[in-house]
Ligand binder design. Structure first.
Ligand code: PGA
Length: 259
């Protein structure tokens, strides 16, 4: 019985002043109700990372910090890019790999996703591999196959130490930022198949998150019935109260399971 993981992906929102304020608010909520069964992480824009890791450390806020993207190479002539050693040096522990917005808007192919996950985990970052199908894929009934292909292409070839650094986030593209949450049976079907495919690639105990319009109202039923280990939250992670309510829903579910 592991712990749940709730991550807030802030996307291109919140400048560093707003970021510090949000993390401080989360710190106040965490001291009023410490969560024993949930790991919490925030994933701010690059320019906020230094301020966020400083405030987390100096005020002992019980959360870890991730980046939204990383370049596969360690350094070089790649204007506008950021490398894994730079992130680690800032105290960043996580990185999202292959978020659908990167895949769709910035031409991140399966091949680049695989290279990025390889390189990030080799350099000691914990990678959150994002997978998920477009609406037309789901409507044509090919969603299980498409997601299995995404998983195989990204996970094959990782060594044991790298595999231990992987978390998988199932994020159906049609549910991201649309207010259309996937129904619990749809989530459950996919998360169960993700575990089967992961197991066949020697990732036996991988954590599987769900993301796509998660909010304070739907989190409890998703985590109780969706066969999940937590959430990757976008819009609802931008306000302390709604993000914390999602963390508490995971805590309630996991503390019940631990009894
Ligand atoms: P959303 O985003 O919660 O705003 O749908 C989720 C994500 O893209 O990670």
């Amino acid at each position: 019985m592991g712990r749940a993981l709730v991550m807030g992906n802030w996307k291109m929102n919140l400048d560093y002043v707003e970021a510090v304020h949000l993390v401080q608010q989360l710190g106040v909520l965490a001291s009023s109700r410490p969560l024993e069964h949930v790991d919490i992480a925030v994933v701010p824009p690059f320019v906020d990372l230094r301020s966020v890791t400083s405030v987390v450390e100096s005020e002992r806020v019980p959360l870890t910090v991730g980046a939204q993207h990383v370049h596969p190479l360690e350094s070089g002539a790649h204007t506008g890019e950021i490398s894994a050693p730079m992130l680690r040096r800032l105290g960043v522990t996580w990185v999202l790999v292959g978020h659908s917005e990167r895949r769709q808007m910035y031409a991140m192919t399966d091949e680049v996703v695989a290279q990025t996950l390889q390189s990030a985990t080799r350099q000691g970052l914990a990678g959150v591999l994002c997978v998920g199908e477009a609406l037309e894929v789901r409507e044509s009934g090919r969603h299980l196959g498409v997601v299995a292909d995404q998983l195989r292409s990204a996970l094959e070839g990782l060594n044991e130490a790298q595999r231990e650094l992987v978390t998988i986030a199932y994020e159906p593209i049609w549910a991201i930022g649309t207010g259309l949450t996937a129904a619990t049976p749809q989530v459950r079907e996919m998360t169960e198949q993700i575990r089967v495919v992961a197991q066949s690639l020697s990732l036996a105990d991988v954590r599987v998150l769900y993301g796509g319009s998660v909010n304070a109202d739907n989190a409890a039923s998703l985590v109780n019935e969706g066969s999940l280990d937590g959430f990757l939250v976008g819009g609802a992670s931008l306000k302390a109260e709604s993000f914390w309510a999602i963390c508490e829903a995971a805590e309630d579910c996991y503390s019940g399971r631990a009894k």
